[in-house]
Ligand binder design. Structure first.
Ligand SMILES: [Zn+2]
Length: 187
């Protein structure tokens, strides 16, 4: 799926979550904003993705780490080497549940420590919701290794072609969800 579809998915996920939770308008906007951000974070493993162009420094660190780990992986036996390389390639570790859980724990701990537990909670819900929407969408378009580190098997729900008719239908549906929930909030 394209970055635009992922962003729309994040916005729709954020709207669904903010309609479901008892948020005020500021918290709702924060939640939706974090969900849009979360919806593009998993593609930081691809240097040509939209998040990598935005976060140049982090993208460089990720790319250099990938190259170093790939080099070191050859020192391991064949099976372990293949496992390590499957974690660091595109749609590897960043497309599993592990970073969603890790970021949520870090964000909740940090915000509670800083005395912003409620704001941190909504930020975390938005971020996790956006990241999960990305993972689900990629499961609809070829699959992701959802259960890393326990399994590197890609879980695939369908094969929607990037930029194809299926993605456009999907995109229009997401827009409708976003608009309908947005109008409901305003009325
Ligand atoms: Zn992706």
């Amino acid at each position: 799926m394209t970055a635009a579809t992922h962003r729309l998915g994040g916005a729709a996920a954020g709207m669904v979550l903010s309609a479901w939770l008892p948020v005020n308008i500021t918290e709702g906007m924060l939640l939706v904003g974090m969900a849009v951000l979360g919806s593009i974070i998993p593609d930081i493993d691809n240097p040509r993705s939209s998040i990598s162009y935005k976060w140049r420094g982090i993208s460089w660190i990720v790319t250099i780490s990938q190259t170093l780990i790939r080099g070191v992986s050859h020192l391991f036996p064949k099976k372990q080497s293949a496992y390590i390389r499957s974690l660091i390639g595109h749609r590897g570790l960043t497309h599993s549940l592990l970073p969603v859980i890790a970021l949520a724990v870090c964000n909740l701990s940090w915000s509670a420590w800083a005395g912003y537990a409620q704001v941190g909670y909504y930020m975390t819900v938005g971020l996790a919701g956006g990241m999960l929407s990305h993972i689900v969408f990629d499961m609809l378009a070829g699959g992701v290794p959802l259960l890393i580190p326990f399994s590197t098997k890609r879980i695939c729900l369908s094969h929607i072609k990037t930029g194809g008719v299926g993605e456009w239908i999907f995109r229009v549906s997401l827009m409708l969800i976003f608009i309908c929930l947005g109008l409901e909030e305003l009325v």
